[in-house]
Ligand binder design. Structure first.
Ligand code: TYD
Ligand code: MG
Length: 453
């Protein structure tokens, strides 16, 4: 037998090195290398056994000869969760769910297990079975059908899972798991990585779908090696505003569905409830809107959402005025302000600019450009835009308003929520305005500004 091998792994990017370094040579992060001792040096292919398909015999095959049996989907019966997963749970898939402590990860997964009409297994390394049972009772779940195990030794857990053959296995949380073969403490990079690799292998071999709960670090990423994200099929983040009962589940990576897909839940005294029509909760609820507020029609994943964006523009006492965004990319704001100056003739060089997306939502798509600029201008000029007006559209560097995908769907969403005016890119505008909604087609930024401000 070969000698036990020691490697050093970066917790940030997962890079390996044969000797310890203060700085990772791959990603440049400091103090992220930690020791990984491989007790049983794995033979070549087994080291990658965590990846899908590794358990199959290696032979070259024509893709047309491969059946679709891999993607057997099972609806969990929690619509918002099924949506984020890309239309139900895929057999043998591994899903990592991250989120702040207390956000509701354990609650959501316990509800998912109870909803699935198949054998399941909930493994907790954080709570006692008594605590899990009392939570289940409080949630009003059918405890008769729920099987739970309190353990943290990964080999033992997989053994039990092999015997009980559940359709869905939940590991709460991956950071509490440890493997006998590794000397490092539970929660360390090596333990997390090894436990996850064993679970991924088990999932692919047995067809059991596995949910891993992952803790989130201060910086907002999932603790443990980044490589965890590469090993699993989907990474979901459970987010929410402090003090708000709304929770958003977002797909950050998904091999079986759209990324950025959103599922919205409300936390109540009987657990998490779905919010199937979430548009309304991202509006601040002010009937008579104030200056600096604008509604945008964004599209996260596969569904349109009406979201309020607020801006505050104020004389700055600083030599370098502040540009602060919450829920939007900061660089995008800098770019939009430059376009506003160059092509709108409006300079904000001596003004602080703050932009906030209501409801703690993060908007990544470019359709937010035009509404963000209109909110900024509305605050700068202290002119209200009115509460029944919305907009979407990308702003190009030469001041043109560019079309965005799924214009029709966005227009329908605004119409169904009773909006009266909608500013859209010219190329997205329908020939005829739908009943009750006036469509303003903008070709250039100046058109949009002239139309409403
Ligand atoms: P939990 O699922 O334990 O969070 P996580 O596993 O992400 O750490 O959620 C716990 C929080 O949810 C706790 O603050 C109490 C709250 N909660 C409710 O408001 N209603 C409920 O029915 C349950 C079960 C929890
Ligand atoms: Mg928990």
């Amino acid at each position: 037998m070969a000698k036990a091998k020691t490697v050093y792994v970066c917790s940030q990017c997962g890079a390996e090195s044969s000797k310890w370094q203060g700085q990772c040579s791959e990603c440049g992060e400091w103090n992220t290398m930690s020791e990984l001792r491989l007790a049983k040096p794995a033979a070549g292919p087994a080291r990658f056994a965590g990846y899908a398909g590794a358990s199959q015999a290696s032979e070259v095959r024509r893709l047309s000869s491969i059946e679709e049996k891999d993607e057997v989907r099972q609806m969990l019966g929690i619509g918002e969760l099924d949506r984020v997963l890309g239309g139900g749970l895929v057999r043998g898939s591994v899903v990592l769910i991250g989120g702040d402590p207390g956000i509701g990860k354990s609650t959501l997964l316990l509800q998912a297990l109870a909803a699935l009409p198949k054998p399941t297994l909930y493994v907790t390394g954080e709570e006692s079975l008594g605590q899990v049972a009392s939570r289940g009772r409080r949630l009003g779940l059918d405890l008769e059908r729920l099987q739970a195990l309190a353990d943290t030794e990964i080999e033992k857990i997989i053994d039990v899972a092999r015997k009980t053959t559940p359709d869905l296995l939940v590991i709460d949380s991956i950071q509490t798991m440890y493997s006998q073969g590794i000397t490092a403490a539970p929660g360390s990079v090596s333990q997390v990585r090894d436990a996850a690799a064993q679970l991924v292998r088990f999932a692919k071999e047995s067809g059991t779908a596995v949910f891993l709960v992952g803790h989130v670090t201060k910086e907002g990423g999932i603790a443990g090696p980044r490589v965890l994200e590469h090993m699993v099929d989907a990474v979901l983040y459970f987010e929410g505003d402090v003090g708000s009962r709304f929770r958003v589940l977002r797909a950050f990576k998904n091999r079986f569905g759209a990324v950025n897909e959103l599922g919205v839940f409300a936390m109540g005294d009987r657990g998490l409830k779905e919010v199937p029509n979430p548009s309304a909760i991202f509006l601040s609820g002010h009937e008579s809107s104030a200056s600096g507020s604008m509604i945008m029609v964004t599209r996260e994943g596969t569904r349109p959402l009406l979201v309020e964006v607020q801006a505050l523009v104020d004389q700055s006492p600083l030599a370098n005025p502040r540009r602060v965004t919450l829920g939007l990319e900061q660089n995008r704001l800098a770019m939009l302000l430059a376009v506003l100056h160059r092509h709108g003739g409006i300079s904000l060089y001596d003004q602080d600019v703050f932009v906030n997306v209501v409801g703690g939502l993060r908007v990544q798509e470019t359709a937010a450009d035009m509404p963000v600029l209109l909110a900024i201008l509305s605050s700068f000029r202290d002119r209200k835009l009115g509460s029944r007006i919305a907009a979407f559209g990308e702003v190009g560097l030469s001041g043109e308003i560019r079309p965005v995908p799924n214009g029709e769907e966005r227009i329908r969403e605004a119409q169904s929520h009773g909006f009266e005016k909608l500013i859209v890119p010219k190329a997205n505008a329908p020939r005829k305005s739908p009943p009750g909604l006036e469509i303003i087609a903008a070709e250039r930024l100046s058109d949009a500004i002239a139309a409403v401000l």
